[in-house]
Every structure is written in structure tokens, then in C-alpha cells.
Design a protein around this ligand. Structure first.
Ligand code: HEC
Length: 124
């Protein structure tokens, strides 16, 4: 029991330190403009071209019931973490060949950090 608590404490801790370095809200909002054409990020958000991203952090990959995912996305992973989003958003079509997400990605690590922070912290 003690061990489990310790592990979850460290998981939470590394999660927080990732966002603490990363947040630049004004930059993040500009980056988010590249996603809004296809995604909403709000509690009651609908499916657009892509699934609602509200609560994406910690959410199971490809788990919005109302959205029909590609087979490739469904097979990609288990749960979204900052690390997995970082890998995916660098070049979605290379990371998940066959994905229907037609987006080139963010090659700059700083951009990825800001958008991940945005997804985690803010809902529109
Ligand atoms: C041209 C439309 C389009 C754009 C632009 C786009 N996406 Fe997507 N996105 C999609 C589609 C479609 C899917 C589902 C992909 C599949 O099933 O292969 C998706 C899936 C995702 C997923 C996985 C969701 C889940 O429920 O597992 C994440 C995370 C994501 N997009 C983030 C982003 C972010 C962040 C941006 C902006 C930087 C972005 N997307 C831009 C269309 C788009």
C-alpha cells in the first residue's frame, strides 16, 4: 500500500513539473487556433472533424464514443500522458501512420509543450 502511494505521488509530481515549465498561455492560444478547425475542448463539446479533446490528459486513447476513429489510432496506445502527446504532436501522420488527423505537427519542442499545457489546463 505504501509503495503504491509513493508511486502515485511521483507520477503526479512529474506531471505538475512538466506543465509548470511549459505554460505560456498567449502562445498556447495561438497554437490552439490550428486545432479549432477540427477539435473542440469543452465539457459539452461536440465532435467536429476530430473528437472533443476536453479532459484529454489521462484519457484513454481513442475513447470518445461519438467519434469514429481510424483503426491505427485505436491501436496506438493506452492513455494520453504529456509524454505520449509530445510524441504524437511532433508529427501525427508519421507517429500514427494511417491516422485521419491531417495535421503536420509541431516540430518545435516549445510549441508542443505549450499546446500540451493548454490542453491540460484550459477548456474553451
Ligand atoms: C484537419 C483536422 C485536424 C486538425 C487540424 C487537428 N486534428 Fe487532432 N484529430 C483529428 C482527427 C480526424 C482525429 C482522429 C484521428 C484518427 O482516428 O486517426 C484527431 C485526433 C486527435 C487526438 C487523439 C484524440 C483521442 O480521443 O484519442 C489528439 C490528442 C489530437 N487530435 C490533438 C490535436 C491537436 C492538439 C491539434 C492542433 C495542434 C489537432 N489535433 C489538429 C483531426 C484534426
Amino acid at each position: 500500500m505504501k509503495t503504491i502511494k509513493t508511486i502515485s505521488f511521483f507520477t503526479t509530481f512529474s506531471f505538475l513539473s512538466f506543465t509548470a515549465q511549459a505554460c505560456d498561455l498567449s502562445k498556447a492560444e495561438t497554437l490552439w487556433n490550428k486545432c479549432v478547425i477540427c477539435h473542440m475542448n469543452s465539457a459539452d463539446g461536440a465532435v467536429l472533424v476530430g473528437p472533443n479533446l476536453f479532459g484529454i490528459m489521462g484519457r484513454e486513447v481513442a475513447s470518445v464514443d461519438a467519434f469514429f476513429y481510424s483503426f491505427e489510432m485505436e491501436s496506438y496506445g493506452d492513455f494520453w500522458t504529456p509524454e505520449l502527446l509530445n510524441k504524437f504532436l511532433e508529427n501525427p501522420m508519421q507517429e500514427v501512420p494511417g491516422t485521419t488527423m491531417a495535421f503536420a505537427g509541431f516540430s518545435q519542442a516549445e510549441d508542443r509543450e505549450n499546446i500540451i499545457c493548454y490542453l491540460q489546463e484550459y477548456a474553451k
